[in-house]
Design a binder for this molecule. Structure first.
Ligand code: ATP
Ligand code: MG
Ligand code: FE
Length: 332
């Protein structure tokens, strides 16, 4: 059984082919045009998807050595994401499924981030907890089966990826700043500066306060020394990263104790962060968790995770009809 999957929710145009649960190809192109604007510009993202989608799909089929007429279904990200970006992938998938007279499968992008864990060994066993951390979301998900998951905690304001990117912007670093904070943090002292840990009830998160406290801290320091950021960049980055990771691990630990679940996974773009990966391993060892961390390329946006989710939906015969339209915000 061969499925072609398309991802176009934000600024990556990606296509992947999966055969009987095994990924045969995964082509990912990242739109570089947004860097000069310091963030993703929705209209430009949509146009770039239109330019890239055909060559990306063709390459995914070629890499997988699968002809179009050997496909049994076409999968696509229905949401959440940028409407104009989602429309490109959705329309393309609908047209292709119609042309080939095969079923369509819609995939929720956030559930696909979680299911990226089933692309390669070792796979978590059910039930497991997944900390999904990305540019638009911060969630603790209880995963009971591939198609049955529940959000048990989430951010009340900004996502942690946004906190990384906005902090980086305050430091004058280009977009997306998350990976750069990670890079500089490696050379710095995480204890150099202290930022407050917010007190948020239950298993929820808040990241808007920390962004503001970083802004005030920097303004105050720069008044005293205009070169403060330049002279202390690695220490500032290490301290910011340390604080964000501490907030995440605090709630994740609480969730494992509340649920009694010790199978713990991370997913989403921020799970590419080397500090988070290292700390999760250390805390996991101390707490007696079995920890699952996907390979870098399956953390940030990619169509292989969409294909993996589509594989499970195909087995459950969960198909979508041609009247489907994308959803910028998508309920589970
Ligand atoms: P969503 O999945 O919520 O719709 P998205 O698709 O934009 O949002 P992803 O591609 O999953 O998000 O993740 C992008 C985010 O991950 C960005 O905020 C980026 O800065 C962050 N990120 C990527 N690599 C790292 C890293 N090494 N350290 C910290 N953050 C990182
Ligand atoms: Mg992206
Ligand atoms: Fe994503």
């Amino acid at each position: 059984m061969n499925i072609l999957a398309i991802e176009s929710s934000c600024d990556e145009t990606s296509a992947s082919v999966i055969s009987n649960g095994k990924i045969r190809s995964n082509v990912v192109t990242t739109q570089l045009i947004h860097e000069q604007y310091g963030g993703v510009v929705p209209e430009l993202a949509s146009r770039a998807h239109q330019q890239m989608i055909l060559p990306v799909v063709e390459k995914a089929l070629k890499d997988a050595k699968i002809a179009k007429n050997a496909l049994q279904a076409i999968a696509f990200t229905r949401g959440p994401g940028l409407m104009g970006a989602l429309l490109v992938g959705t329309s393309f998938a609908k047209a292709m499924a119609l042309g080939l007279a095969i079923p369509l499968i819609e995939v929720n992008h956030m559930q696909a981030h979680v299911l990226a864990h089933f692309i390669e060994e070792p796979r978590p066993s059910f039930p497991f907890l997944c900390l999904t951390v990305s540019g638009g979301h911060t969630q603790i998900v209880r995963v009971n089966s591939p198609l049955e998951m529940e959000i048990i905690g989430q951010t009340l304001d900004d996502a942690v990826g946004e906190a990384f990117d906005k902090s980086a912007k305050l430091l004058g670093l280009p977009y997306p700043g998350g990976p750069l904070i990670d890079k500089y943090a490696k050379e710095g002292n995480p204890m150099a500066y202290d930022f407050p840990i917010p007190d948020v009830p239950d298993l929820n998160f808040s990241f808007s306060g920390i962004k503001t406290s970083i802004m005030y801290f920097l303004q105050k320091q720069i008044r005293q020394n205009p070169d403060f950021v330049k002279e202390n960049l690695t220490d500032i980055c290490a301290s910011i990263q340390h604080t964000l990771i501490k907030i995440l691990l605090k709630k994740l630990t609480k969730a494992t104790r509340q649920t009694g679940i010790r199978e713990v996974a991370i997913a989403g773009g921020v799970s590419a962060n080397s500090g988070l990966r290292k700390t999760l391993g250390e805390v996991g060892q101390k707490e007696g968790w079995q920890v699952y961390i996907p390979r870098f390329e399956y953390c940030t946006d990619n169509a292989a995770m969409i294909a993996m989710a589509a594989h499970f939906k195909y087995l459950a015969e969960d198909f979508t009809d041609q009247t489907v339209s994308p959803l910028a915000r998508m309920e589970w």
